[in-house]
Write a protein that binds this ligand. Structure first.
Ligand SMILES: Nc1nc2c(ncn2[C@@H]2O[C@H](COP(=O)(O)OP(=O)(O)O)[C@@H](O)[C@H]2O)c(=O)[nH]1
Ligand SMILES: [Mg+2]
Length: 254
């Protein structure tokens, strides 16, 4: 699928716009993120209607790469969540129509066994997947080299599945530290990222650091996910009359 440029479908930096305050207040509680149970969802007053669209997002990557930490960070949890499935609600405004939506990303973090061989993956993990986040860690070159293998294992046509790459533990390696690193310590450099982006045509998001950076840190990734999922649905809707975003995800074998 052709990559959608940031801000072409949805309003980027919506979380910084004062108009969005009432929507974001539904996912926050005293400046912290609100946790939603499986059957819960943000409720808006009638005059601020926002439909909810749900998408299943699978987290792929070697053990220790930071999948569970990323899921927790996106959900705004202080402690890593040990559950398989985490629901992340994210308010989005469409640029053209001005319509508001809550995107609900159901993050599936099934662990190493599931990702090493996709055919061994838990059946519930691989059903109706709308997007895959491929993770690598900036501090583990092996996890970066493994990306191409992971991505080429997914055989679905590119228009059926949004694929995104996320580099974790960024920027754990500071420039002045690099001089002291031994040859045995392999990290991922900016030129590695540039080459990868050119070869695969997908952007690479960076996330990490020792403290969670709030909404500003996760907004670019969640907005890109929303924008590309919306675009994918739009492309499908034009070929299938019975398709509604978030309600009828195709069964995808990954
Ligand atoms: N400092 C730092 N540590 C991280 C980050 N992401 C993951 N970690 C640490 O890396 C280890 C493995 O992370 P985890 O999320 O359990 O990896 P998983 O096996 O892919 O689920 C844990 O000790 C995390 O605390 C990050 O962005 N910054
Ligand atoms: Mg984990």
């Amino acid at each position: 699928m052709a990559w959608v440029a940031a801000g072409s479908i949805i309003v980027s930096d919506w979380h910084r716009n004062p108009e969005s305050r009432e929507y974001f207040s539904k996912i926050l509680n005293k400046k912290k993120r609100k946790l939603f149970g499986l059957l819960e969802a943000p409720v808006m007053p009638p005059h601020l209607k926002a439909d909810i669209v749900r998408y299943k997002v699978f987290l792929s990557g070697k053990s220790g790469v930071g999948k569970t930490t990323l899921a927790s960070r996106l959900a705004g949890l202080d402690m890593p969540n040990i559950h398989y499935e985490t629901a992340v609600f994210w308010p989005v405004k469409l640029k053209e129509s001005g319509r508001m939506f809550f995107f609900c990303f159901q993050l599936w973090d099934c662990g190493e066994n599931a990702t090493r061989r996709f055919d061994h993956m838990l059946p519930s993990c691989k059903e109706h997947v709308d997007a895959i986040l491929f993770l690598f860690s900036f501090t583990d070159r092996g996890s970066f080299e493994d990306l191409s293998t992971q991505m080429s294992r997914v055989i679905e046509p590119p228009d059926r599945l949004v694929r995104l790459v996320v580099g974790t533990k960024y920027p754990l390696i500071k420039t002045d530290m690099k001089a002291h690193l031994s040859d045995h310590f392999f990290y991922v450099t900016e030129s590695d990222i540039t080459c990868f982006r050119e070869a695969w045509g997908v952007p690479v998001f960076r996330i990490g650091g020792d403290v969670s950076g709030g909404l500003g840190e996760i907004a670019p990734l969640l907005n890109a996910l929303a924008e590309n999922l919306w675009h994918q649905n739009y492309m499908h809707a034009s070929t299938s009359v019975s398709y509604y975003p978030g309600h009828d995800g195709a069964e995808i074998m990954v």
